[in-house]
Design a protein around this ligand. Structure first.
Ligand code: HEC
Length: 133
């Protein structure tokens, strides 16, 4: 009896874990391998961007929560006039265009980054950015 209920409990826990994992995946729309790839690619950004509020000030604004945030939206960060004057929200499409060629989106930007030519790389990096809350 004891054994049987333990097994049932374990089974329930396993099913729950799978549901939670599935939900997390659905939320970001990316699997673990894509997120891991995005995290590796983020090394290209880390010199200039933090991923947590209140961290040490860097050359660029913190990027946690950037997906869904208005452009130029980190309070107190000294954006270029051109980025500050933008009225769009950073969604997947805007980030994709930005990462391909920042100056194509905001010509007067001070972000010194030429761009990421590989579409799959950009997709993975954006998925990783979306996972930073
Ligand atoms: C050499 C430093 C540098 C590197 C490398 C860099 N950035 Fe930036 N980034 C900046 C600066 C500076 C700004 C602010 C630009 C402005 O005000 O025009 C910025 C702005 C941004 C913004 C707009 C944020 C907002 O709040 O509107 C995003 C998104 C962004 N960077 C993503 C990235 C990603 C992803 C990478 C890695 C591929 C990256 N950056 C690499 C310096 C950098």
């Amino acid at each position: 009896m004891q054994k049987k209920s333990t097994r049932a409990l374990l089974w329930t826990a396993l099913v729950c874990a799978q549901i939670v994992a599935g939900a997390a995946q659905a939320q970001t729309g990316a699997d673990a391998a894509t997120l891991a790839k995005g995290k590796r690619l983020f090394m290209l950004c880390m010199a200039c961007h933090a991923t947590a509020d209140g961290g040490p000030a860097k050359i660029g604004p913190a990027l946690n929560g950037v997906v869904g945030r208005p452009a130029g939206g980190v309070p107190g960060f000294n954006y270029s006039a051109d980025l500050k004057s933008q009225t769009f929200v950073w969604d997947e499409a805007q980030l994709n265009a930005w990462l391909l060629k920042p100056t194509a989106v905001v010509p007067g930007t001070t972000m010194a980054y030429a761009g990421m030519p590989d579409a799959a790389d950009r997709k993975a990096l954006i998925a990783f950015l979306g996972s930073l809350k």
